[in-house]
Design a protein around this ligand. Structure first.
Ligand code: PFF
Length: 468
């Protein structure tokens, strides 16, 4: 549906909710959250995480959605319309979204590779999970040779092509339609996997670990990790929600929708934690719970190998990751495409294709520097001085440690102190329903949120802590 001003709009309430949940629910929930919850002590981390989502995640998401709906613009246009001095916030959002999508889309390709792998050659994966994964990434463990990771690149190209088709079809015809199928499929697979794990022998210990609240191991680092994870998981600080907010009709209650999106995203993270951690405890042992790429592609193979019906459930797990990754990836690309079409008058179709080609090429460097080639980035923090991390890590450092918190800080300072919480509240109430928590929201967005983000930013630059 198009509005009188020519902008696209979600055609239904459920269409918007599913798209926003689709953006939030991604690789972050399914493979990052379980490892972090385990590291952070199980139940204690979960409580901290939920508190952060409520006190920090929700006000920031509401602000982003309100900004977008108010201005009816892409991210950069939003700030340009409201206060030109803050246009840099929009630019950071777009740049960070582009860097993230370059690697996110390649990981989507690896996921596709593993769906195919679990269907056609599960025994090969089980025989040597690490060798299989490294082989996809262009490195042979057997003879120590490196080569261009064509397998990963070809699968990334397929994944990126799927994104391009959906984006070119537009907001209602592509994004909304895909999510109406993809999100229910994701929830169904999640439930199947949860039932599988709960009915498996030996998962009691892991389930207990996740439900035991013990604050004795909680450190300042745990808080930072939870904060970084919440931003990433809720797709905040990248101006994606601003763009999605600009497609929301005025009649929608933004506060209620924000709560719903945050709750759904958190439920998926928790359920993933309750699937992955107990399954790893029961099979390969608790010390194997980890996070990041190698955990999701290497250690989990051991879990599926020992699980009755493992090849099938392995395939289901990567299918779950596929739906999660695709709906998130679409949202990031849409943020960049909206910016380029609205600010520079680019054609949706051609700019999407160019963007996708750039993602494939830059992402290939990300994939190739995982194991095969030693291209380095450069990094500085006060604890370690100047270091030269692998290029793939460099891409994640610069987005997670610096740009996301900076963009989120810009958004909250702008909404809290320049645009003013009253304007956001007025936007929320334009649906005709009173926003009962307006006072609490104003306090959080003016004080609690900016202070917390400043702390993350400062600590990550000083100590080099990895936040996501
Ligand atoms: N929220 C997604 C996840 O948890 O994997 C990742 C993501 C999507 C980050 C969209 C940023 C974004 F704009």
């Amino acid at each position: 549906m198009k509005k009188s001003n020519g902008r696209a709009q979600w055609s239904s309430k459920i269409g918007f909710i599913l798209a926003a949940v689709g953006s939030a629910v991604g690789l972050g929930n399914i493979w990052k959250f379980p490892g972090k919850a385990y590291d952070g002590g199980g139940g204690a981390f979960i409580l901290i995480y939920v508190a952060i989502v409520l006190l920090i995640g929700m006000p920031v998401m509401l602000s982003e959605l309100a900004l977008g709906r108010n201005t009816q613009s892409d991210t950069v246009g939003t700030f340009r319309k409201l206060n030109k001095k803050f246009t840099w916030v929009g630019y950071i959002g777009v740049i960070v979204a582009f860097i993230i999508v370059c690697y996110y889309s390649h990981i989507g390709g690896w996921v596709l590779r593993y769906i195919a792998g679990y269907i056609i050659e599960p025994n090969k994966i089980f025989a040597d999970p690490k060798a299989y994964c490294y082989n996809m990434l262009g490195y042979s463990i057997a003879d120590g040779s490196s080569f261009i990771p064509w397998t990963a690149i070809i699968f990334a190209a397929i994944f990126i092509a799927a994104n391009a088709i959906i984006i070119i079809k537009g907001v209602e015809g592509g994004i909304e339609k895909f999510n109406k199928v993809g999100m229910p499929a994701l929830f169904a697979i999640l439930i199947i996997l949860l039932v599988r794990v709960i009915t498996m022998d030996g998962t009691g210990e892991g389930l207990r670990y996740m439900m035991t609240v013990d604050f004795s191991n909680v450190t300042f680092d745990t808080l930072l990790t939870a904060l970084g994870q919440a931003f990433y998981s809720l797709s905040l600080g990248m101006a994606i929600m601003t763009t999605y907010g600009s497609y929301v009709p005025k009649s929608e209650n933004l506060a209620k929708n924000t709560a719903l999106i945050c709750i759904m995203d958190t439920i998926v993270a928790l359920v993933s934690g309750f699937i992955v951690v107990p399954a790893v405890f029961a099979t390969v042992g608790s010390e194997s719970v980890g996070k990041g790429a190698l955990f999701a592609f290497v250690s989990l193979a051991g879990v599926f190998e020992q699980m009755p019906g493992g090849a099938f459930f392995g395939m289901m797990f990567y299918l779950l990751l596929f739906f999660a990754a695709l709906s998130s990836c679409i949202s990031i690309i849409e943020g960049v495409v909206a910016f380029l079409t609205e600010q520079f008058g680019c054609k949706r179709k051609s700019i999407t294709i160019w963007l996708c080609i750039a993602m494939l090429v830059i992402g290939s460097v990300y994939t190739s520097t995982q194991a095969a080639f030693g291209i380095k980035g450069i990094w500085f923090d006060f604890k370690n001085g100047v270091t030269y991390p692998a290029f793939c890590d460099f891409m994640e450092f610069i987005t997670d440690r610096v740009m996301i918190p900076l963009c989120a800080l810009g958004i909250t300072v702008f909404v809290g102190w320049f645009w003013k919480p009253q304007s956001a509240v007025a936007e929320v109430e334009s649906s005709g329903v009173k926003f009962k928590l307006a006072g609490v929201y104003g306090f959080l967005i003016k004080y609690v949120v900016p202070v917390s983000i400043t702390v993350i930013l400062a600590v990550s630059i000083i100590t080099g802590t990895t936040l996501s």
